[in-house]
Design a protein around this ligand. Structure first.
Ligand code: FE2
Length: 344
């Protein structure tokens, strides 16, 4: 087992699972068992519309990504899971590396999902971007125009980050390895560690608040967290966003790092046909809207548009078109170099 999968296995073993058993199906009733690490308000409509269209009953089991991965692995050939939905290319890649998915060939998915957002086994259904945020008073936007700039000694004591083991950072760093090579990215990671305001901890929302308060000058955040704050009904959350600037990095190079929510058909699925039908449904216009709106993301199908004021405030940008399949090939190197750089 490589470093990356060992990390995930460890995390999964220490995590507690509080999920009820799935109900058993009645004879002849068509069912689909979905294990999902995504759970949002729009989910009910997303799943009930599929049932309305196809007559296939959906049983859902919600959990954290690493719990669901470990669970499917432990269930082995007896796993009731037909579809696994989770977030971030790093999680989807680990599921793939563990042999959890099976190849899916579908003309619908191939025509609807852009080639860089799918692999032979899993498909993206929404996208998010990982951007740089800065305290307007402490750090100039021009000083954090690229991910690479985060290693500039000018930013000493300014940066707050998540753990280097977190999938969001693993994916971002894997993309940098793909673009800049391993040696340059390790040097960069050491520079970022030297600039930290505090040891890596907390999540993107913590960092948004810390940047707004001035506890940190710079952080990295996924766009849906920013849109959630920009769209917040709480006036204090909207006001807090006024104190920070959002930088869409690397506009004159590869573009902003893009990540996804995605899904694949589980290798041991007993309802394969229904599972593929569900993935194709997820690529439909209506499902794309529900899926993206549930978490302030963008639809993976480019012709589908959503109205989201927060995302519109963030603005248009050049996105990194690095195929996620390529990115996943650098995840283990990313994990190892982050370890060596002391970004824990
Ligand atoms: Fe998240």
């Amino acid at each position: 087992m490589n470093t990356l999968t060992r990390r995930f296995a460890l995390a999964a073993l220490t995590a507690t699972l509080a999920i009820a058993a799935l109900p058993t199906a009645h004879a002849k009733e068509r069912v689909l068992n979905i294990y999902s690490a995504r759970h949002y308000q729009t989910d009910e409509a997303l799943y009930s519309n599929f049932t309305k269209q196809t007559g296939i009953k959906v049983n859902r089991l919600d959990g954290r990504a690493e719990e669901l991965l470990e669970r499917i692995r432990n269930e082995g050939a007896n796993s009731p899971a037909d579809v696994l939905i989770t977030v971030d290319a790093a999680n989807l890649s680990v599921a793939d590396a563990w042999g959890i998915f099976q190849p899916v060939q579908s003309k619908v998915l191939e025509s609807r999902i852009p080639a860089n957002l799918r692999t032979p086994t899993w498909f993206a259904f929404s996208t998010r971007a990982r951007v740089i945020i800065h305290n307007r008073k402490l750090v100039k936007a021009a000083d954090v125009a690229t991910y690479e700039s985060l290693s500039n000694p000018k930013l000493k004591g300014m940066i707050c980050v998540r753990s280097g083991m977190h999938p969001y950072n693993l994916s971002l760093v894997a993309s940098l390895v793909a673009h800049n090579g391993e040696a340059a990215t390790e040097q960069w990671a050491r520079g970022v560690v030297a600039n930290l305001a505090m040891p890596p901890r907390g999540g993107d929302t913590d960092h948004i608040k810390s940047v707004a308060s001035g506890e940190c000058g710079v952080a990295i955040a996924n766009t849906y967290y920013l849109a959630r704050m920009l769209n917040s009904e709480k006036v204090e959350e909207r006001n807090l966003m006024k104190r920070l600037g959002i930088v869409l990095p690397n506009q004159s190079s590869q573009g902003v790092h893009i990540n996804v929510s995605g899904a694949g058909v589980v290798k041991t699925s007993k309802n394969r046909e229904a599972a593929v039908q569900f993935l194709e449904y997820l690529a439909s216009d209506q499902a794309q809207r529900y899926f993206a709106e549930g978490n302030n993301e963008w639809p993976a199908v480019s012709s589908v548009k959503v109205e989201n004021e927060g995302l519109e405030d963030i603005g248009d940008f050049k996105a990194d078109s690095l195929p996620l399949e390529k990115l996943s090939q650098h995840l283990v190197a990313a994990q190892k170099l982050l370890d060596r750089a002391g970004w824990r």
